[in-house]
Design a protein around this ligand. Structure first.
Ligand SMILES: Nc1ncnc2c1ncn2[C@@H]1O[C@H](COP(=O)(O)OP(=O)(O)O)[C@@H](O)[C@H]1O
Ligand SMILES: [Mg+2]
Length: 287
């Protein structure tokens, strides 16, 4: 079993690793392999764009984007420029790099080459602080995302997952405009619910799924009702929920949680919940 970053990185260099750069994503193990349980491969989702968005930080956007990208064998595009983003969780250190794949691609009108994540992490277009300061106009970013998803669809036969910055950002609207499905993690708390309600009413007619996240053992009735009301009035489905796992915030590993093999006893319920979320998202965007 290989479950640490160094061994994974060493394996990435080899050919023929399931889910790695040089082999089909669906071959038995590694990213994208889970789709076989739905009778699918990443190729069945070729060119699809799934955006994870929310007006608040700390609600689980990055967790869901990372795990979904792994499960779907998707290229992960990080549009969150703050530290603590998916790029950092992946192991990307922008201070050690020259240039920014995202900014370069946008500046030159090219398709970025994703960093190879190997079998246990998604391939990644990392974000850099510059993107927060110097974003392209909304329409240009939407068009770029569509072009990249189509190009990677041809080359890698896989979908795209986009992680976003919290708040009503131009880049988030740009991503949402390109999306075939928008996953909105929703924490059952006062301000979080306000934020979700605001987002849903602003993005009427978009294909949103709400995923309750960090759900405690007995969630307050008020929020369950509120969520049903949002769902009913906006025709937005509420997906399978993800419970609150106290160990998650201190986890340091870079590999996707769903990639662990064997799955530890403490992670097993989370992996099962993430699989259910994955299935719902797949059915939603494939429909
Ligand atoms: N279901 C959960 N249970 C416990 N902690 C969670 C859960 N989902 C996310 N977290 C933790 O909450 C923090 C914020 O999550 P993150 O995915 O970075 O949110 P966002 O991208 O919306 O800011 C992280 O420490 C993450 O590990
Ligand atoms: Mg985040």
């Amino acid at each position: 079993m290989v479950d640490d970053v160094e061994s994974a990185a060493a394996l990435v260099e080899q050919d023929g690793i399931p889910g790695g750069r040089h082999s089909a994503r669906e071959s038995g193990a590694g990213k994208g392999a889970w789709l076989a349980t739905l009778g699918m491969t990443p190729a069945d989702l070729t060119g699809k764009i799934i955006v994870v968005a929310g007006y608040k930080g700390g609600i689980g956007k990055t967790l869901l984007a990372y795990e979904l990208a792994y499960l779907l064998g998707a290229v992960l595009i990080d549009l969150d420029w703050d530290r603590g983003n998916a790029s950092r969780a992946w192991g990307y250190r922008e201070e050690n790099r020259i240039g920014s794949p995202l900014m370069d691609a946008l500046g030159r009108g090219r398709v970025p080459r994703p960093l190879a994540g190997g079998p246990w992490r998604p391939d990644l277009v990392p974000c850099s602080a510059e993107f927060g300061i110097d974003q392209p106009p909304h329409e240009q970013l939407t068009e770029a995302l569509e072009t990249w998803a189509a190009a990677w669809g041809e080359e890698y036969r896989c979908p795209v997952v986009v992680d976003t910055h919290p708040g009503a950002q131009s880049s988030t609207y740009a991503a949402v405009a390109a999306a075939h499905g928008i996953v909105v993690p929703t924490v059952l708390g006062e301000r979080e619910m306000e934020a979700t309600e605001g987002l849903v009413s602003e993005l009427k007619s978009y294909r949103i799924i709400l995923i309750p996240n960090k759900v405690g053992i007995s969630p307050p009735e008020r929020y369950i009702k509120w969520l049903s009301r949002i769902s009913a009035t906006s025709f937005v489905p509420v997906g399978p929920s993800v419970s609150n796992y106290s160990w998650l915030p201190t986890r340091q590993r870079r590999m996707a949680i769903c990639a662990s093999n064997p799955v530890s006893a403490r992670a097993r319920p989370l992996v099962e919940e993430l699989h259910r979320v994955g299935e719902k998202v797949v059915r939603y965007v494939a429909a």
